[in-house]
Design a protein around this ligand. Structure first.
Ligand SMILES: Cc1cc2nc3c(=O)[nH]c(=O)nc-3n(C[C@H](O)[C@H](O)[C@H](O)COP(=O)(O)OP(=O)(O)OC[C@H]3O[C@@H](n4cnc5c(N)ncnc54)[C@H](O)[C@@H]3O)c2cc1C
Length: 433
């Protein structure tokens, strides 16, 4: 290898990796790029797995970046089907399970996250499923061909509800259970959650909330789930676990790389070690609202982080200030939007007309979170306002709170003003350069 030849290693093959590759090439990096992935598939979108299982999209639509042509176009060496098992950043070396070793100059960790499986009896049953990757989707789709009649979904989260919806639409009887006392425990305030729960029950979904699974037993007929503090077990043909994910960091030396739940990164996606970057669901970037570092497991967030890492690795100076937790989901004829922090507030205001539900939350005189059900009204403006902390004075947000309608109007005006300011400064920068 010529002494001046540059090597970049990318661990993982998701959207964070893809955006990093694009940014590297688009910003003038012309050295080698190696992708290491445990998957045999090209870059897929985990969000679309339930749509593939339900038949709403074809198999090929799981791959938004295309297939082999992506790696050809960006001149990438792909090492598929073999997970990285060791990362020695002192030696700048990555090793995969096939024993392939690569010395690199810079490395991006973009290995995403995997479903968390609770350590309970019966969790390894062949009737237990998870949903994250292409193989999970293929497996569940095959099972549905056998026409099961009833399914249990553990985890009333954003993923759990999509799985429940999928089964409901396929005509299965569904039981949705969660340790939490209400649905969408991280994104919905209990008041909004109650409205959603009522509608789900009306559709025939059985809800078991405040129910912690303790054991799974495989029987000749199917599967039985047992819950703590309950004598009522649940019988079904299959069970899907969706109780959260864990960052894929088994190959990371945590004595050297700073890790909490994920790998800690700054606003340039740098870890604490020079030349080592992280992006996507494996990384803990900044939550703009709280100022804390946390994993914000969202597709767009992973893409922004991957792109920012790529530009910096190509020698540009690029920052991504962080994100705010937000969930936007359509399920069973409902649209739910949860933005920001809906737990730590000192004022809240709610509007419910039996059809649409809006609830806003304020903390320290700043808008801090919002729930919307069946209305998109100004949700985008609110998210923008939240991310930009645009209500910054008591003058802008005086107590007692203004009515929601006035508030939304103010938000939009604020957003417009900010966008104007931003485009004016961008224009100024362009004319200077
Ligand atoms: C069912 C479902 C629904 C979702 N819905 C939404 C939604 O509505 N909106 C939204 O914004 N987000 C949603 N998400 C989350 C979103 O898909 C993720 O935030 C995003 O895909 C993260 O991208 P990533 O590149 O960080 O990780 P991933 O897409 O997980 O890619 C990481 C890759 O690294 C590989 N890998 C792992 N370990 C290793 C290793 N040791 N060596 C080599 N390779 C490794 C993995 O196999 C994987 O291919 C959903 C996810 C799921 C599963």
């Amino acid at each position: 290898m010529p002494a001046n030849k540059k090597e970049i290693a990318i661990i993982g093959n998701g959207c964070a990796a893809a955006e990093c590759i694009k940014a590297l090439r688009e910003n003038g990096y012309n050295g080698e790029i190696h992708i290491f992935t445990d998957s045999r598939w090209p870059i897929y979108n985990p969000m679309l797995t339930t749509y593939y299982v339900s038949g709403k999209i074809d198999f090929d639509q799981l791959f938004p970046y295309g297939k082999e042509q992506f790696y050809k176009k960006y001149n990438v060496h792909l090492h598929p089907g073999s997970p990285v098992v060791e990362l020695d950043h002192d030696k700048r070396m990555v090793v995969n399970s096939n024993g392939l070793k690569l010395n690199y100059d810079q490395c991006l960790i973009a290995s995403g996250a995997s479903p968390f499986l609770p350590p309970i009896e019966g969790i390894d049953s062949s009737r237990v499923y998870t949903m994250r990757n292409v193989d999970d989707a293929v497996r569940l789709k095959e099972t549905l061909r056998e026409k099961p009649r009833k399914a249990i979904v553990i985890g009333a989260s954003m993923i759990g509800i999509k799985i429940a919806e999928l089964f409901y639409q396929q005509g299965l009887e569904v039981c949705l259970a969660d340790l939490a006392k209400h649905i969408f425990p991280l994104a919905a305030h209990p008041e909004c959650a109650r409205v959603i729960e009522k509608r789900l029950i009306e559709k025939g979904i059985k809800l078991r909330l405040g129910a912690a699974i303790k054991k799974i037993v495989e029987t000749e007929q199917g599967i039985e789930a047992y819950f703590k503090n309950s004598s009522e077990n649940e019988k079904a043909d299959l069970l899907v676990i969706c109780i959260g994910v864990r960052a894929n960091i088994s190959f990371v030396d945590q004595e050297k790389v700073e890790v909490k739940q994920g790998i800690l990164i700054d606003n340039q996606m740098r870890t604490n070690l020079p030349g080592l970057y992280a992006a996507g669901d494996v990384a803990q970037g900044r939550n703009i609202l709280s100022g804390e570092h946390e994993i914000i497991g969202l597709w767009a967030n992973a893409r922004y982080q991957g792109r920012t890492a790529g530009r910096n690795m190509a020698g540009k100076k690029e920052t991504f200030p962080g994100n705010i937790p937000h969930n936007i989901t359509h399920f069973m004829g409902m649209d739910f939007i949860g933005i920001g922090d809906i737990y730590h507030y000192d004022k809240t205001e709610k509007k419910y007309d039996n059809k649409t539900f809006i609830q806003l939350f304020w903390k320290d005189r700043l808008l801090s979170g919002a729930n919307f059900l069946d209305t998109y009204t100004k949700a985008g403006a609110l998210k923008y306002a939240l991310a930009n902390r645009s209500i910054t004075s008591t003058k802008d947000c005086s107590y007692p709170l203004p009515v929601i309608h006035d508030m939304l109007i103010r938000e939009i005006l604020t957003e417009v003003k900010q966008r104007e300011r931003y485009s004016a400064s961008a224009q100024k920068q362009n004319s200077c350069s």
